[in-house]
Design a protein around this ligand. Structure first.
Ligand code: SF4
Length: 428
């Protein structure tokens, strides 16, 4: 464990790697009739290209060090129920990819300015250049800025000579649909949406898609609950169910600003068991009978209904629960096209002026804090204190996500109110 290995890289550079763990295997090496192979603890559900390249790098340096080939690496993972082991071949093709990546990386590290924007910018969340690249992408109208365009669609558009957001906005949707048809019906169907999205982003003005009310549930409800789950996807563990209570005002309107909001976190600890969690959730929901439960994205409704079923809820219980669960993201996408590059909560709520109270915190950081809290919470020393403070920060993050959901929901309600003459008080 904890080995540091060095070796020569392309162009005379020195490579260094810190494989967390090596496994002793049969074979012959400089030490005798045994050798080692690197072990990688996988995060996420699948082995990715990054995992393969990392194992290939460890294998390359280890082969030099032990003076014996490393034909395989080992990937291990916990899926919440068991322990998985998967051997991964570190063949010539992968070594070739590694060599190419190292040459590119060496070039990129010598730059004083970010490299050209990648075509699929989803992984930019991991990159320290992101802030600068986001600015550059917005300024140049990079196609990846248009919501709905990933790496593959961008390639197709570039082949057609459409290289920017402005170019896409100026394209005839029918013609684009015909041109994209050869690549599959799904591309044809989405052509008009892409052009319309680019036009909305270019003009900076939202466009209503559906004449009906986006959130008709807010018409008559005396109050509502905002709901957000924090999860550990590797352990398939929804560890926090957080709610914020929102009450209708005496004049019949909904408060725009909830302040801190009345926040109720329900922690789901393995050791307490799911029956207890369901009991607490049900008691909480029953305390506000029939109030709508607003959440952003489908995760919360799927998780809650599944949990209820596992805990023996009847069809009648589920029939009462399901209509209460309102996916604000789905309602937004059905009713509006917005000048945003993503319909994720962060992008939409930020566009509406919401600011998270903790800078630089995201779901991944909360997950790290959660795991640290689970590990150290009973320690009396500084680690224990730090982990308890981190739990508070997880709650703050979760509460903020609920408040961000409210920012979006309240905006939808305002637009609904403007649409229906004579309904309720005039929105501000
Ligand atoms: S933020 Fe994205 S586009 Fe920019 S350097 Fe990083 S990976 Fe490349």
């Amino acid at each position: 464990m904890g080995l540091r290995i060095r070796g020569p890289g392309p162009g005379g550079a020195e490579l260094q790697a810190h494989p967390a763990l090596l496994e002793r295997v049969g074979g012959a090496s400089r030490w005798g009739d045994f050798a080692y192979r690197p072990v990688l603890a996988r995060q996420g559900r699948r082995v990715t290209r990054e995992h393969r390249l990392q194992l290939a790098l460890w294998g390359r340096l280890l082969a030099d060090h032990q003076q014996a080939d490393v034909p395989q690496g080992l990937v291990v993972a916990g899926d919440g129920r068991g322990f998985q082991r998967e051997s991964l071949a570190l063949g010539a093709g992968l070594q070739h990819q590694l060599e190419e990546s190292l040459v590119r990386l060496q070039g990129d590290l010598q730059r004083t300015w970010p490299p050209a924007l990648v075509s699929d910018r989803k992984k930019c969340t991991l990159c320290s250049w992101r802030g600068l690249c986001d600015q550059a992408a917005a300024a140049e109208g990079h196609l990846s800025e248009v919501s709905g365009i990933g790496g593959k669609r961008r390639e197709l558009l570039l082949e057609l000579g459409i290289a920017s957001l402005d170019g896409l906005a100026a394209t005839d949707p029918e013609q684009l649909a015909t041109q994209l048809e050869v690549h599959g019906e799904q591309h044809r169907e989405i052509a008009a949406q892409l052009v319309a999205q680019a036009r909305v982003q270019q003009q900076g003005k939202p466009e209503r898609l559906d004449p009906g009310l986006a959130l008709s549930e807010l018409d008559s409800a005396p109050g509502l609950l905002l709901y957000d789950i924090e999860s550990d996807p590797d352990a398939r563990d929804d560890f926090l169910h957080g709610f914020v209570v929102v009450k209708r005002l005496a004049d019949g309107s909904w408060p725009a600003d909830l302040g801190e909001g009345r926040y109720q976190p329900l922690l789901a600890l393995f050791e307490h068991g799911e029956p207890l969690l369901w009991q607490r959730l049900r008691r909480w929901l029953d305390h506000y009978p029939l109030w709508p439960v607003l959440h952003y994205g489908e995760t919360e409704s799927i998780a809650l209904v599944r949990l209820a079923r596992r805990q023996g809820a009847t069809d009648a219980d589920i029939d009462l629960l399901r209509p209460r669960l309102v996916d604000v993201h789905a309602r937004l996408k059905r009713s509006w096209r917005l000048p945003v590059s993503s319909y994720g909560l962060k992008a939409v709520a930020s566009w509406l002026g919401f600011a998270w109270s903790q800078k630089g915190v995201d779901g991944a950081r909360c997950l790290l804090w959660w795991r640290q809290w689970r590990y150290w919470r009973h320690e009396p020393g500084p680690r224990g204190r730090a982990s308890r403070y981190q739990l508070d920060r997880i709650f703050r993050y979760n509460r903020d996500d609920n408040l961000a959901t409210w920012t979006v929901a309240h905006w939808l309600w305002l637009q609904d109110s403007k649409r229906v003459a004579g309904r309720g008080p005039s929105p501000a």
